[in-house]
Design a protein around this ligand. Structure first.
Ligand SMILES: C[S@@+](CC[C@H](N)C(=O)[O-])C[C@H]1O[C@@H](n2cnc3c(N)ncnc32)[C@H](O)[C@@H]1O
Length: 392
């Protein structure tokens, strides 16, 4: 199978490694995603284990097009009834870059018609459309001249790890949070295989997205173990293989050293949300959670990795209010976290200037449409006394 997996921009390399590890072949990165060849097993494995992919799409057809009728003919040729049953609902979505078509909605409608017509011809009936919670998702991707049709093997996007309610969208998508941790070095090991960072802290944890990903990474917990995937309902689904892969993933979970993962936030509502999410994923005992202001909470160990996504004001007045706090955050990092590495994810590209700290690395990333940076700062002992505030 040819697959394409979109991911947050900036995480493509991490995803290439992950897919290679899952047994995919011819893995190559493109802007905003990764292409590869997959077997049924590597496809299942990647859905279960991928921390960085947004979804995994299986390519069913690709070809040139000029008008909607070409798209209809392309979709009509696919034996949809061999993929899913007429009793399952489906949804078609279209994304396009420079498509000459006047209406993408109409293109979507023609694909839907083709799926239904083909089902009627082969099965004497058509599946229902469900735009909210479909059993199967079909994706049309258009460029100026070519059209690609995919079936989505994941279903709900892979950043939905299964512990938030439908309404509980995280401020930070879970796959982006996992990417921030990997870029910051949370998975790095020394020559003996020991993790470079033993202790983790998110001192502005919000609803707990980053700390849950951090704990799962340290525990080697497959992020898809709490959820299901659309490809489990395909007609060729191999239940025994799913059972084997899930059992394998469970057996790979490692115990975590006690008192190594910490999270805090100053707002009681954030603490309540994080506590609820930790309970839902069985991590209440593994994560030490406190309500505390970052200023003055202190470091929980002499060294460690701090990864956080501090508040960012959308309005100018909010931004100015927050910027007034930066020097205090900077002082806290310098005075209370020397020996630590801090990785801060923000849409304020001037954050480190305000903190008076010089980042060792800066990774350009996007949070939705928002241009962001992950600034990685080494807080070496005595470092702050020598450093003058520098341009970032
Ligand atoms: C952008 S949100 C973090 C969202 C989080 N990454 C998530 O996915 O849910 C920023 C958080 O910082 C917290 N915060 C702001 N100033 C703080 C401070 N001085 N000390 C501790 N927490 C603070 C806010 O309460 C908010 O929950």
């Amino acid at each position: 199978m040819h697959i394409f997996a979109p991911c947050p921009r900036g995480l493509e390399e991490l995803l290439v490694n992950e897919f290679n590890h899952c047994g995919m072949t011819q893995v190559e990165q493109v802007g905003g995603g990764v292409r590869a060849r997959a077997t049924q097993e590597s496809l299942y494995r990647a859905n279960l284990h991928s921390r960085y992919a947004s979804r995994i799409l299986v390519r069913l057809a690709v070809g040139a097009y000029q008008k909607e009728e070409d798209l209809y003919q392309m979709a009509r040729k696919i034996a949809w009834h061999q993929w899913f049953d007429v009793s399952q609902s489906f949804k078609v979505s279209t994304t396009a870059v420079k498509s000459p078509l006047r209406s993408l909605d109409f293109a979507t409608l023609r694909i839907k018609d083709a799926v239904c017509d083909r089902f009627r011809a082969d099965r004497g009936g058509r599946p229902n459309v469900n735009t909210d919670q479909p059993d199967q998702r079909i994706q049309l991707f258009l460029t100026e001249t070519s059209a690609t049709l995919y079936i989505d093997s994941s279903g709900n996007p892979l950043w939905q790890r299964g512990y938030r309610g439908a309404a509980g969208a995280a401020p930070l998508k879970e796959n982006l949070a996992a990417g921030l941790l990997a870029l910051a070095g949370w998975n790095d090991t020394d020559e003996t295989g020991k993790p470079v960072y033993e202790t983790f802290l998110d001192p502005m944890c919000g609803s707990g997205t980053i700390v849950i990903e951090a704990a799962w990474m340290r525990a080697n917990m497959a992020p898809g173990l709490n959820r299901r995937f659309s490809c489990e309902r395909w007609l060729d689904a191999d239940r025994a293989l799913w059972t084997k892969l899930r059992a394998e993933a469970r057996a790979q979970i490692r115990p975590m050293a006690p008192q190594t993962i910490f999270a805090s936030d100053m707002h009681p509502g954030a603490i309540a949300a994080t506590r609820r999410h930790l309970e839902q994923v069985g991590l209440s005992d593994a994560v030490t959670l406190d309500q505390a202001d970052f200023i003055g909470r202190g470091a929980p160990a002499t060294t460690g990795l701090l990864v956080s996504n501090p508040p960012y004001g959308v309005r100018l007045s909010e931004q100015e209010e927050l910027q007034a706090e930066y020097p205090e955050w900077g002082r806290t990092l310098k005075q209370q976290f020397s020996g630590w590495t801090a990785a801060l994810f923000t849409a304020d590209l001037e954050l480190t200037k305000g903190l008076g700290l010089k980042p060792r690395r800066r990774f350009p990333l996007k949070n939705g449409a928002l241009e962001c940076r992950l600034f990685v700062i080494d807080l070496v002992s005595g470092f702050h006394r020598k450093q003058k505030p520098t341009e970032s």
